[in-house]
Design a protein around this ligand. Structure first.
Ligand code: NAI
Ligand code: MG
Length: 327
């Protein structure tokens, strides 16, 4: 069965790493048809809007989307796109690959981040000049959904530890509700977990990342803790992510447009290629997903490597090396 995948490179290195990952998907031969669409700063400059209706429709109609990054318009692009695919779960696997000089080489954990509410509700107001507020929204429905997703993910992928990040000692109403929802779901599923204060967890992750498996987080905590964990495994160029909804999904590297290296052709495409592997997995192409992952892992281990990993290779050379390792 042919699947339709929307491809939205966006800006900056998104235009370098996404085409490289599409070439890998093509070579993996999973009968995918690509539909290209535009979004981001350049689109806004050309058309007056960062996320044209046409792009929303392409993403809504596709079976899945591969997205790169958007620059200053990131919030106007990625937040709406996540909701176009109905994504309530942001999945961020953090693994240390051999050959990447990771600070914490035993790391193999997955952040399951609530993707629709918390302090990213967008509800901010100015009370008076110099005083502004933000409304943090936490609901039973979204909290139970992310907890259920997290426990199911742990079971399906063989992680025996689930940790829940929170700060319910201070945000008693909102994180209290979040924790209660996790507790209900854990009882319903008969699954165990530990709850950890998110600030202490940040320290534990730096010192003991190998002790963690699945980490279920409210929105902001998941954003920050997963970038922190990226630093343990070779940087942002290494982290893939999936935004999963009930009927659609969007896959993207965790990093942004990297203006400091954009245009130089040296961006590390590993995060985007690993996101493409997650996309293949989601579409049910399990064999091809493993092949892509193994090819990327092989190149990370043996080289060539991009400058962020201490090498001198270009994005194109990494693409060729990964494609060359596919069966
Ligand atoms: P960034 O992730 O773009 O860059 C942070 C640092 O990591 C830079 O030194 C960059 O060179 C490096 N880096 C990131 N990805 C890399 C890769 N694949 N290979 C090698 N090095 C890599 O984050 P920053 O600088 O905070 O944001 C830059 C722009 O990206 C901003 O305009 C921001 O709004 C946007 N952004 C967009 C996101 C999205 O579209 N989802 C996510 C994060 C940032
Ligand atoms: Mg982030």
């Amino acid at each position: 069965m042919t699947h339709e995948v929307a491809v939205v490179p966006g800006d900056g290195i998104g235009r370098e790493v996404v085409p490289a990952a599409v070439d890998v998907l093509d070579a993996a031969d999973a009968s995918i048809e690509f539909v290209h669409a535009e979004a981001g700063d350049a689109t806004k400059a050309e058309r007056g809007e960062a996320l044209p209706e046409e792009t929303r429709k392409t993403v809504a109609d596709a079976d899945a989307t591969l997205f790169g990054a958007a620059g200053e318009t990131a919030a106007d692009v990625i937040l709406p796109l996540r909701s176009v695919v109905g994504s309530y779960a942001n999945v961020r696997p953090v693994r240390a690959y051999p050959g990447t000089d990771a600070l914490a080489p035993e790391t193999d954990l997955v952040f399951i981040r609530e993707n629709t509410e918390g302090v990213y509700s967008g509800i901010e107001s100015e009370i008076t000049a110099g005083v502004r507020t933000l409304t943090r929204v936490v609901t039973d429905e979204a909290s139970e959904a992310i907890a259920d997703f997290g426990f199911a993910y742990a079971e399906r992928n063989g992680y025996d530890r689930v940790t829940v990040a929170h700060k319910a000692n201070v945000m008693t109403a909102t994180d209290g509700l979040f924790l209660d929802a996790v507790e209900r779901v854990s009882q319903r599923r008969g699954a165990a977990y530990d709850a950890e204060l998110m600030d202490a967890l940040a320290m534990e992750l730096v010192m003991n990342s190998e002790a963690y498996g699945v980490v279920v987080c409210p929105n902001l905590a998941g954003d920050v803790l997963s970038d922190l964990a990226a630093g343990l495994v070779g940087g942002l160029g290494m982290l893939p992510s999936a935004n999963i909804g009930d009927e659609n999904a969007l896959f993207e590297p965790v990093h942004g447009t990297a203006p400091d290296i954009a245009g130089d052709g040296v961006a590390n495409p590993a995060a985007t290629m690993l996101s493409a592997a997650l996309l293949l997995e989601y579409l049910g192409h399990h064999a091809e997903a493993n092949q892509v992952r193994e090819a990327v892992e092989g190149v990370l281990a043996d080289g060539p490597r991009t400058p962020d990993l201490g090498g001198t290779a270009s994005t194109g050379q990494i693409r060729d090396a990964v494609v060359g390792r596919l069966p």
